[in-house]
Design a protein around this ligand. Structure first.
Ligand code: GN1
Ligand code: MG
Length: 365
């Protein structure tokens, strides 16, 4: 975290200098640093982009501009009012760049803050239905994005084969001396590796397409207004080609968990089938028209996969000595791993019901 004068100086690369400027930390992201900045009559989000993770910031920002420009055009075509609340608006620097690199080598960007909006860490089935509509719409609107596929801001981001390679390396290196402590968990992960790499095989066989996906459809990446209507989808860093089952699955991993992502009381953690059903209905209402049968058949699997993937990613980071995710204390990544693994077993126990919910919703669209 940086001191306020420095932050204000960075903000003024994008907006006019104003003596009445106040900047405070914002949000709960694990990767970037976000701040809410009030400057005169305006409010902004100032973000430090984690360039250890997003290695090509110019391409990243270029993706985001392509996506937001396209979504804005779609909203204009539909004559939607208050478009500035329905899609993120990024500000260029005074010399017209989409990001600013400070003297310490950090990368920054600024977007308008959407006032009177909120995000949820936990929701109910009706809000899940609205979130499903929103993410379905997001994929639908981006299906005709011109000028070819987006840049992969993190290569192999949701590629389970790749994530398992990273995991195996971490086990072999045992950089933090933690392998012995988690040997049972390692076996659980290995036992599911074959099942969980199915999408990559389907893709190679030409049976599972890549589409423009959000790739971080956490429940808290949807903004709602004060009447709980969806305003827009946020956190566009990872919008890139991927399997739709990823986006479906990552929402369920976060939104349909009765506990927290890092819950230390594992009794709190399980799959909430009512939320699962709400989201599925909303999502398929907007997405069924463009999905193939293979994609629909693998949505429920996507929930298991993304929960498994997150288990593997948290455990890999734990084994590497906590080098990727921000952590609040020494065992945080292990607590996250255990909570995600508990959610995975709950999904496994309820998988038939999840499949049934998807087929029933698909039959109606
Ligand atoms: C990270 O920090 P946030 O919420 O944007 C991560 C996601 C993980 C998530 C786990 C770039 O997202 O992939 O699913 O943490 N983003 C990146 O909560 O790795
Ligand atoms: Mg993110």
């Amino acid at each position: 975290m940086q001191n306020n004068d420095k932050l204000a100086e960075i903000l003024f690369q994008f907006v006019e200098k104003n003596d009445n400027t106040e900047i405070k930390p914002l949000g709960a992201g694990h990767i970037n640093d976000s701040y809410r900045a009030k400057s005169g009559d305006n409010e902004y989000v100032l973000q430090r982009i984690n360039h250890q993770i997003f290695k090509d910031v110019a391409q990243l920002q270029n993706n985001i501009m392509r996506v937001t420009d396209h979504l804005r055009r779609k909203l204009e075509e539909k004559n939607i009012s208050n478009i500035d609340r329905r899609v993120l608006n990024f500000l260029p620097t005074h010399d017209g760049k989409l990001y600013y690199k400070d003297t310490e080598g950090n990368y920054w960007r600024v977007m308008d803050f959407i006032s009177d909006s909120k995000s949820y860490e936990a929701i109910n089935p009706e809000l899940a239905y609205r979130a499903g509509l929103a993410f379905g719409d997001f994929q639908k609107e981006l299906a005709d994005l011109p000028n070819g596929p987006l840049f992969e801001t993190i290569p192999n981001f949701h590629n389970m084969e790749f994530r398992l390679e990273e995991f195996k390396e971490a086990v072999e290196k045992d950089a933090a001396g933690r392998v012995a402590k988690v040997s049972d968990l390692i076996k659980e992960i290995e036992a599911r590796a074959e099942e969980m790499t199915k999408p990559e095989r389907l893709h190679r066989e030409g049976l599972l397409p890549k589409r423009t996906n959000h790739c971080d459809t956490k429940v808290n990446n949807i903004l709602f207004d004060s009447n709980d209507q969806v305003l827009c989808v946020v956190d566009l860093d990872t919008v890139m080609p991927g399997y739709v089952l990823s986006d479906f699955g990552d929402f369920m991993r976060t939104g349909a968990n009765t506990g927290e992502e890092d819950d230390t009381n594992l009794d709190n953690v399980s799959i909430d089938l009512d939320i699962f059903e709400g989201y599925t209905k909303g999502y398929l209402e907007n997405a069924a028209s463009f999905l193939t049968d293979v994609e629909v058949d693998n949505l429920a699997f996507g929930a298991k996969l993304l929960t498994y993937m997150q288990t593997v990613r948290f455990l890999t980071d734990y084994l590497n000595g906590d080098t990727y995710y921000k952590t609040k204390h020494k065992e945080h990544n292990l607590e996250r791993t255990l909570a995600q693994f508990k959610l995975l077993t709950s999904m496994e126990d309820n998988f038939d019901k999840m499949q049934q919910i998807v087929s029933e919703a698909a039959a109606k669209n």
